[in-house]
Design a protein around this ligand. Sequence first.
Ligand code: SIN
Length: 345
Amino acid sequence: MKQQQTSPLQRFLSKPRLFSKPKLGLVAALLGFSLTAWAEPVEIKFSHVVAENTPKGQMALKFKELVETRLPGEYKVSVFPNSQLFGDNNELAALLLNDVQLVAPSLSKFERYTKKLQIFDLPFLFDDMAAVDAFQQSEAGQSLLNSMNRKGIVGLGYLHNGMKQFSANKALSLPADAKGQKFRIMPSDVIAAQFDAVGAVPVKKPFSEVFTLLQTRAIDGQENTWSNTYSKKFYEVQSHITESNHGVLDYMLVTSETFWKSLPKDKRDIIKAALDEAVVYGNKLSLEKDIEDRQLILDSKRVTLVSLTPEQRQAWVDAMRPVWSQFEEKIGKDLIDAALSANKR
Ligand code: SIN
């Protein structure tokens, strides 16, 4: 955190020869100044890996606006998009070192800190985003916000992006079409198992490298939401997108216990309320962008959309569903059942 700045007037007033400390406050009050007005605001760095024109990018900017309006001069939020400050490989480590105070990695990027969040990567678990939301807001979903407390990471809330689609340089209509194809994946063993299940080759790589990997044909495909595929132009370097909706890509907003506890309670409450409000804003945008960015991609005519028949989709479900049993023990059957019950709401 930054040092307090002192003005020449403050330095003059603080001369011990002239004024004792209580008198300094009195003099400042008489002059109509607040001593805190001279202090530099506390900086909250919010780092993320996506573009600004995404649900997470916009949510971060809304959070900045709300905090700086409600705590003017006391707190400022600096937002670093596009992996400018930290990327997938180091943002959580940086959080624990207090080099950044807020990050919102995809739920697939916490595996080193908890296995519980692997639940969100199970293929074909959630029917739609409403089911994802219902599970996240349930008691079981909310308890996952505390799943990394012992590691010093505090979950402050979830943020939506959307359902994932496959993209490649060929039509992926049936699982056999993915055989031997190299797919970039997020650092998740569940996602790796999902691609192994169809004979594909999963390659764990940071988000910041995906476009170049696709462009140079070092990999054949990837899976992502419509908004990430649009904002990072993946559709310009892929020939087909399969509308599979086979999994979810959402985020957890996290801070470090050290930073969170360092905040005075009244300020922390204001900051948390601003975050909750920014999440509502970001979630609304995620629904809109999912539809808009899909349409922008299709309008570009740079990719061919592969729509699955019910039989084709079932073939993907049958091929990938066995992944669940591989991870059931670590995730917990109760948690999986709780997630499934969100589909029946
Ligand atoms: C993100 O949405 O934060 C990045 C997702 C990815 O790594 O594919």
